[in-house]
Design a protein around this ligand. Structure first.
Ligand code: NAP
Length: 308
């Protein structure tokens, strides 16, 4: 019987593991592919306090080494089923069935991709999914952002501080972003909105050199010279395993406040799978710490009271 099983070894899961190790809890950290989550797929991270600049996979490795110092290493086994109700939580993988007093769900979310041929190749080489993470790398460079939600509009306002010119490319003629954000966007002199427009192709072999776009109303096609393409068309939560087992919002994010507690006693959610205003490494790591604090309190104050 573990004290805590942490599912997912991204920054949230790693932070929880570090705190669990320091708290000397009997801990199992499960990961389906490689530690680091989205960080391991990020080119460079330059906004984590204390580390001025680091390659994403290196930061992931450092987090892994850090957890190891406290005796915890990720076990690479994909979770196939969870039973979260009741006193003993059951977590099954293809190889084993584990039991625990508590569970921290830290399986995160993925950025939605446009699905264009060069998109993955040029990720980190001009293609980005996070303007607040990567925008500063594009100082003095022309950029474009795709999307029409809060993220795209907010990110375009952020990018306008770095780029001499920002194109906002939206497939319809109306944003779904909050009106206050839209008003702020329209005040930016260096932002041009291209309505009813889709990106057909990303141009560039080693780095982004431009995009080919199409107006879906009149069929007009053209090329834009840009060095950064920011994709802000939403995220996909990695929470299918937990559907119907903890409360989720309509999109599939697990509902929990800043205390990271789900509606199931002893079950916590940390990182990008918890809906929050800013999905970044630092906020995911913070969740991991808070969730583990919740685990400790739950074990001391509530676990023994549960009949089962
Ligand atoms: P979102 O609200 O789902 O918006 C996604 C945008 O991308 C939409 O404009 C959509 O177009 C467009 N889109 C989707 N798939 C596309 C595709 N394949 N090609 C081109 N465009 C595509 O996502 P979000 O902006 O990331 O926001 C997610 C949630 O977080 C929302 O609830 C939002 O309110 C919240 N949020 C809040 C804040 C804040 O309060 N400050 C900041 C960021 C996010 P259509 O409009 O045509 O569907």
């Amino acid at each position: 019987m573990f004290d805590v099983i942490i599912i997912g070894a991204g920054p949230a899961g790693m932070a929880a593991a570090i705190y669990a190790g320091r708290a000397k809890l009997d801990t199992l950290l499960l990961e389906k592919e490689f530690a680091g989550g989205q960080v391991a797929k990020t080119y460079e991270v330059a906004n984590y306090p204390g580390i001025a600049a680091i390659i994403g996979p290196d930061l992931a490795l450092q987090m892994q080494e850090h957890a190891k110092v406290f005796g915890i290493s990720p076990v690479v086994e994909e979770v196939t089923e969870v039973q979260l109700e009741g006193k003993t939580k059951i977590v099954k993988t293809r190889k084993h069935t584990y039991e625990s007093k508590t569970v921290i769900i830290a399986t995160g979310a993925n950025w939605k991709e446009l699905g264009l041929p060069m998109e993955r190749t040029l990720r980190g080489k001009g293609v980005s999914y996070c303007a607040t993470c990567d925008g500063a790398f594009f100082d003095g460079k022309v950029t474009a952002i795709v999307g029409g939600g809060d993220t795209a509009v907010e990110d375009a306002i952020f990018l306008a501080r770095h780029s001499p010119k920002v194109y906002v490319i939206h497939r319809r003629n109306q944003f779904r972003a909050a009106k206050v954000l839209q008003e702020k966007l329209f005040e930016q002199p260096n932002v041009e909105v291209l309505w009813d427009t889709e990106v057909l192709e990303i141009i560039g072999d080693d780095t982004v050199k431009g995009i080919r776009i199409k107006n879906n109303k009149n069929g007009e096609m053209k090329e834009l010279e840009i060095e950064g393409l920011f994709v802000a068309i939403g995220t996909i939560p990695n929470g299918a395993l937990f559907t119907g087992k903890v409360a989720m919002d309509e999109v599939g994010y697990i509902q929990a406040g800043e205390d990271c507690k789900t509606d199931v006693p002893g079950v916590f959610v940390a990182g990008d799978l918890r809906r929050k205003v800013l999905m970044q490494i630092i906020t995911a790591a913070a969740d991991g710490a808070v969730a583990l604090y919740g685990v400790e309190k739950f074990i001391i104050e509530e676990y023994d009271q549960i009949v089962g």
